[in-house]
Structures are given as C-alpha cells and as structure tokens.
Design a protein around this ligand. Structure first.
Ligand code: GH3
Ligand code: MG
Ligand code: MG
Length: 358
C-alpha cells in the first residue's frame, strides 16, 4: 500500500489531541492525499511546520483506507488523484457516520476553478489553489480547527443527550419504590416473550405473587413501614431471580415473575416455591396477621404457555391469577399451579399446597 507517515510528524505528545504548541496552533492529524509529489511535498512541509502531524497518501484508495481507520481531523485532497478521485472520496467521507468531523480542503490547479464548486457541492469545506502559499494553508487550518472544536462539542452534547434519554427510558420502566421493572416494562416483556414463544415454539412461565394480609400490615406498622417492607420483599425476590428471569411490581403488593424459555414446566412451580420460601426466610415480622406464622408471607399462582397451547397471554395471566386466588382461599403462604402447568406431578396438584409454615 502506498502509505507513509511523514518524517516531519511533530515529536512529543500524541497527534490530534487538540493541544496547542508555542504558536497557539492546535495540533491536528492531517492527511495529505495527492498523487503528485510536487503538490504533496510543500503541503507536508507547511503542515508539519505549523505543528500538526501528517499522514500521506499517494492515491485515493490509500487515502480512503487511512480515513476509514479514523483519527483524521483534516484531509487536504487533490481533486484528480489516481484511484478514487476527490469527488468519490468526499462522498464517502460525508456518508460515513464517523465519531468526528473530517474537515475537507480541496486542492486544485489554478486553471480548474470548476473543480472548486463541484468539490464544495460534493462535501468539501474549503479549497486551496496550487501552488499553495503558507498563509492560505494556515488560514484553512485555523478554520478547520474551529469547525472541529464545534463538532467535538456537539458530539459531546449528543452523547450526553443519548445517555440522558437512555436513563429516562430506564426510569420510565422502573418502579420507583422497589426498583423492579414496572407494569409498563412487564407488559412489553410479556408481549415480546409470548410472541417469541409462539413463533419459535418455546415454553414460558409466569408466577403472580401477592403479599398476605398487607392491609393489616399497613394498619399495624404504618404506611411508611409498609413501603419499607415492599422494598424488602422486592429485594428478596430480586436476589432469588435467576439469569433470564425477570421480576416486576405488578401493582400494589403484587409481583410478577416472568420465566422465559423454561423447561420442564415443573420448574415453573419450583421457582415460584423458591420465591415464596425466600420471602418467608427473610423473617419480616408481621404480628398483626390473624394466622401463623407472624411473618410477612406470599401467596402465589403459576401458569405457563407451552408450544401448541391455545391460551392467549391474557389467559395465561388469568390462570395464574385464579391459582393465586385459590392459594389465598386455602389459607395463604402457598403457591398453586394452574392447569396449564402440567408435569408438576406430586409437587403441586391443584388444591394441594407448596406450604412451609413456620
Ligand atoms: P390478602 O392476604 O388477601 O392479599 O390481603 P391484603 O390485605 O394483602 O389485600 P388487600 O387487597 O385488602 O390490601 C392490599 C393492601 O396493600 C392495601 C394497600 O394499602 C396496600 N398497598 C398497596 N400498595 C401499597 C404501597 O405502595 N405502599 C404501602 N405501604 N401499601 C400499599
Ligand atoms: Mg393484592
Ligand atoms: Mg395482599
């Protein structure tokens, strides 16, 4: 490849770092693309003398390779290069979404003024008539530096905006009290999981949990105490949740666990049980409840969708809700499986319990 780094590269610090030398000129990384040595050499000498670092390409293809590698602030390009010509190179630079703006200065012979307008139209920022004089080169590079600074500041602002947008997006899908996914995120994830399960034939499970006697908890410990307990329960669930699963605050004192790609289906029940047990093991006092244990407990209902199932997402959720209702009716602090969860065998026949009273 016809590339060489100039022997006149400024020594010391890295090039293109925006620092300034004694003459107040910021150092930029400048590519000189010219097939003609008589056009190239004076430019190289001038650019280096101004304290910038120099890259040199003898043809358009090499220039493009260097530009595509990134890190170039300014390109001084001849319109009539061998290989890719100036027009094509301008087009490529402007169409390439790079992380920094490349300031393009077109160099052309005095007797080809039509190239100047054509070049500016193709994306060049400025031009130099050959043979170049030092003052003209210097003025172009001062302008280039200012444009680079403006674009750099814009890029920083843009990156900050994108970060802020991501944060807002995350916040809009996070429950403010518990830090779990909120209802909005839950609905998005459920819809996506259901659609994917139907499309590629995968099983997914849902578990719906509700804190037992939470109204009595609030009445006894106060609303602030209730909030703190909601946070503790959520944190306990979050710790037990495994990779790929996701827990959400369904609303009030209810939580939903989504288990995508779970197989076999009895794992859904086992997971539900593990969460109920974990909350029980957290031993959060609840002396106001009318039944043992005097601790905060969860009731749960699990259901699932398996390949070929006629159930809609809504029906899967309804089944989990019905199983939860039965778990409540039968005494709370237990997880029941809906009819859609087969393969549970002796683990969770509907109406039996996964109970571990303390
Ligand atoms: P069950 O065992 O049948 O579920 O009884 P429960 O008392 O838990 O159910 P109920 O639906 O009667 O009451 C739910 C309570 O949850 C009432 C409501 O004040 C409380 N709650 C809902 N959201 C919040 C919240 O964000 N903070 C607090 N502290 N309490 C909440
Ligand atoms: Mg409830
Ligand atoms: Mg409740």
């Amino acid at each position: 490849m016809n590339v060489k780094g100039s022997s006149t590269v400024a020594t010391g610090d890295e090039p293109g770092d925006g620092r300034r030398d004694r003459r107040g000129v910021g150092r930029m990384r400048i590519l000189i693309a010219d097939g003609d040595v008589t056009g190239r050499l004076p430019l190289e000498a001038l650019v280096s003398d101004l304290g910038h670092s120099c890259l040199v390409a003898h043809d358009g293809d090499t220039a493009w390779t260097l530009l595509a590698g990134g890190g170039v602030d300014v390109v001084l390009m001849d319109w009539d290069m061998p290989g890719l010509n100036g027009r094509e190179l301008c087009r490529r630079v402007r169409n390439e979404p790079g992380d920094r703006y490349v300031y393009i200065v077109l160099t052309t012979e005095l007797d080809h003024p039509e190239h100047i307008l054509e070049g500016l139209g193709a994306g060049a920022d400025n031009y130099l008539i050959k043979p170049v004089d030092p003052f003209s080169v210097q003025t172009r590079l001062v302008a280039a530096e200012r444009v680079a600074a403006v674009h750099g500041a814009l890029a920083v602002t843009q990156a900050e905006l994108e970060r802020a947008n991501l944060e807002l997006l995350e916040q809009s899908r996070t429950d403010g009290l518990t830090g779990l996914g909120n209802r909005r995120r839950m609905e998005e994830d459920l819809n996506r999981t259901h659609a994917r399960a139907v499309r590629v034939g995968r099983t997914y499970g849902v578990a719906l949990f509700d804190i037992d006697y939470f109204k009595l908890y609030n009445d006894h410990y106060g609303h602030v105490g209730g909030d703190e307990t909601l946070r503790r329960v959520a944190a306990t669930i979050d710790v037990v949740v495994r990779a790929g699963e996701c827990a959400y605050r369904y609303g009030g004192e209810e939580f939903l666990l989504l288990m995508p790609d779970c197989r076999p289906t009895d794992s859904i029940f086992i997971t539900g049980e593990r969460i109920r047990q974990a909350v029980l093991d957290a031993s959060i006092r609840h002396v106001a409840r009318p039944s043992d244990p005097p601790l905060v407990t969860l009731s749960g209902g699990v259901s699932c969708w398996t390949p070929g199932s006629p159930l809609s997402l809504l029906e899967v959720l309804e089944q989990a809700d019905e199983a939860l209702f039965d778990a409540k009716s039968d005494g709370r602090n237990r997880v029941y499986a809906a009819p859609s969860v087969d393969g549970c065998g002796d683990l969770a026949p509907r109406g039996a319990v996964g109970v571990a009273l303390k």
